[in-house]
Design a protein around this ligand. Structure first.
Ligand SMILES: NC(=O)c1ccc[n+]([C@@H]2O[C@H](COP(=O)([O-])OP(=O)(O)OC[C@H]3O[C@@H](n4cnc5c(N)ncnc54)[C@H](OP(=O)(O)O)[C@@H]3O)[C@@H](O)[C@H]2O)c1
Length: 284
């Protein structure tokens, strides 16, 4: 199977980014359908594709359907497609359906086999807030593809790779753990930055200065950790074995009841770093 005659249901950030990317890489994107016609129109206009006013039309015109709707809408949209098939208004037989959720697997496509379609989850390990930026980042990010292994999935993998994407297969049993890992490296880092800003703002620096003060520290450290490795690039009291300073931080955060969450974060992450440092030491 090839990625041709593609329809996107959901003209949001990921649908737009993938649509632009795939059409720029020789795949035929037929068009978009979305909850609001305005979204479908503007996404379609970006790539000179069609916009559809209903699910039936986009399903009939596409061999590959991306359900790039929010996670909570994937199941209901799939159910609507199945209903249309039951009413003989569309046929899903031989079609490929994909969603892009990190945490959900292809199991969300209930009664997939009976429908005659092949279903997958294809997830870019990327925070997508601007479709134009994301489509340029796609060649350097990793995608995972989950769905029944076999000839069909292999052909899909090959075609995505030919389109310039790096795609790794993943099993459905691992998706929740996999998504948790992605959250750790992205969303939870936001919590750390917010916690640090909160602590710093209690030190007499104004809010704007706090943000500016932490930016080079945060970005420089993230860059070093990602390129050289989190333990290899570690600096600070735990790396130096300076437990007196660590204890002082703990005491400071224990003074105020309001700092309870900060203390929990500090303790949990410090313990984890000590453990990892111990492991590293034992390797030598
Ligand atoms: N953003 C990320 O960082 C990111 C990264 C990796 C994976 N993902 C995954 O990608 C998928 C899409 O996320 P997104 O960030 O692109 O979301 P989004 O920007 O909110 O876009 C979702 C789009 O779906 C449309 N929609 C909502 N309900 C619908 C329905 N019932 N029928 C048809 N269209 C509907 C929305 O409506 P309107 O027509 O009203 O605009 C919107 O255009 C999700 O599964 C998400 O987990 C997101």
């Amino acid at each position: 199977m090839g990625l041709q005659r593609i329809g996107f249901i959901g003209a949001g950030k990921v649908g737009r980014a993938l649509g632009m990317y795939l059409s720029e890489h020789g795949r035929t994107v037929n068009g978009y359908y979305s909850r609001s016609i305005h979204s479908a129109q503007s996404a379609a206009a970006c790539i000179g594709a069609t916009y559809y006013e209903n699910l039936k039309d986009i399903a009939n015109c596409s061999d590959v359907l991306f359900l790039t709707v929010p996670d909570r809408a994937i199941g209901p949209v799939w159910d609507q497609l199945v209903l249309l098939q039951e009413r003989q208004e569309i046929s899903l037989k031989g079609k490929t359906v994909l969603h892009c959720s990190g945490s959900l697997s292809s199991d969300i496509f209930s009664n997939l086999q009976e429908s005659g379609a092949k279903g997958y989850s294809l997830h870019p390990i990327l925070a997508v807030s601007d479709p134009d930026i994301a489509r340029e980042q796609f060649p350097t990010c990793i995608f995972t593809l989950e769905g029944e292994a076999g000839e069909h999935r292999q052909a899909l993998l090959d075609d995505l790779r030919q389109a310039g994407l790096t795609v790794a297969p993943i099993s459905k049993e691992k998706k929740v753990r996999y998504h948790g890992a992605c959250v750790m490296a992205s969303n939870l880092v936001n919590a750390l930055l917010a916690a640090s800003q909160q602590m710093l703002s209690g030190c007499g620096l104004d809010e704007e200065l706090c943000k500016r003060a932490l930016t080079p520290l945060f970005l420089g450290n993230a860059n070093a950790a990602a390129t050289r490795g989190p333990m290899e690039s570690l600096t600070g009291p735990i790396q130096r074995g300076d437990m007196v300073t660590v204890q002082k931080h703990v005491e400071e955060l224990s003074k105020k009841e309001d700092d309870g969450d900060l203390l929990c974060i500090y303790n949990a992450l410090s313990q984890y770093l000590l453990h990892k440092k111990g492991e590293k030491g034992n390797e030598r």
